[in-house]
Design a protein around this ligand. Sequence first.
Ligand SMILES: Cc1cc2nc3c(=O)[nH]c(=O)nc-3n(C[C@H](O)[C@H](O)[C@H](O)COP(=O)(O)OP(=O)(O)OC[C@H]3O[C@@H](n4cnc5c(N)ncnc54)[C@H](O)[C@@H]3O)c2cc1C
Length: 381
Amino acid sequence: MNALTPHKKYLFLIGCGHSHISIIKKLGMCPPPDTTVTLISTDALIPYSGMLPGLIAGHYTFEDCHIDLQKLCQWAGVQFIRGKVQRIDPLNKKIYCHQHPSLQYDVLSINIGSQPAVNDIEGANEHGCPIKPFQQFLDHWQHWLKTAQTMNTSTLHRIVMIGGGAASIEILLAMHYKLRHTTSIHASFTLVCANQNILSSYNERVQAFFKRHLKTLGITILSGKHVTAINQHQLTLDDGTILDYDFSAWATHAGAQSWPAESGLKCDDKGFIQIDQYLRSVSHPNIFAVGDIAAFMPTPLPKAGVYAVRQGPILANNIAATLKKHPLLAFKPQKRFLSLLTTGDRHAVASWGPLFGHGKWVWWWKNHIDRAFMAHSSQNR
Ligand SMILES: Cc1cc2nc3c(=O)[nH]c(=O)nc-3n(C[C@H](O)[C@H](O)[C@H](O)COP(=O)(O)OP(=O)(O)OC[C@H]3O[C@@H](n4cnc5c(N)ncnc54)[C@H](O)[C@@H]3O)c2cc1C
């Protein structure tokens, strides 16, 4: 256990999603008195999701879209522990982390994100390749790419992406671009989507644009189909179709890690931590939860990075206020948010409510926003 100093407070941040980055930045500029702040993260280099399709397509380098937590924490005066939290004991205020002694906290904040839910698909834990954790996905993709490049150029490689949401389509289009423009790999591409329409949470013009774009590139869309099983070479769909594949990836709906619910935090039926308007656990007010892992009450928010980013400043304020016993601020989520979706090449689509626009200019706009976020989030810049 950590050696405690009586008059000190211990703030722990678990996971370094988008919200915790802004807290660390704020703490660096304005350290709270008599408080030791510690970040626990499974990764030392964390990716910025908005730029990941661009990394796969080859528009960005690894360094362009990863934040070095060790450097950031050192600058901010935050202790950094590399490790995976496995459970907490909210009654005794303890954190249990793989290969570390237990840690004692006064205030805790959880920002551990989500990952594609594949537990109910036969064989998925063994053979599935979810797009998150992203480093694992990237390693898998790069290994496959290297192997495919050594094979005869007449071999047809079958790539299947499962999921009809934005991340799924952006990554599929990035893989398509990479293969067609920088390799001689001969490949077919298929998108399997459980809903009748791809991008079902976007307006019809966005849906129609991507449907057309995928078709133009020769990408097959299988909509209204669920994958029920996967083995090393084949996917089984709910209508009995068997799809052979050489590389498949999962970007299905978001799932939660099981430990918050198992630790006794009040969670919804999918395991997401229920939080109030101040971003606190509804069952444990000294625990905050933000980003994808949180279920904002009474109406949970879409699992999108923009909410995690917007929650950051309110979270920073409310953690400081909790430590000083000051009143907290309510988080007021925006009803609509701007989405900028990439199409593989340096071209993107803008979507805001019913509005739609696309072009190279959208990509450059997005590139500017993403690079500004990275510059702001990285070490003392
Ligand atoms: C390819 C792709 C593109 C996307 N593009 C966009 C976009 O343009 N706009 C948008 O709004 N959303 C986008 N999203 C969705 C967005 O990525 C997520 O909503 C967002 O990342 C959630 O952020 P977060 O802060 O909750 O956590 P994350 O960014 O997921 O970070 C969680 C962190 O916690 C760490 N962690 C996890 N478990 C533990 C543990 N047990 N112990 C310690 N550390 C842990 C992880 O290593 C990770 O670093 C995209 C997603 C993908 C996959």
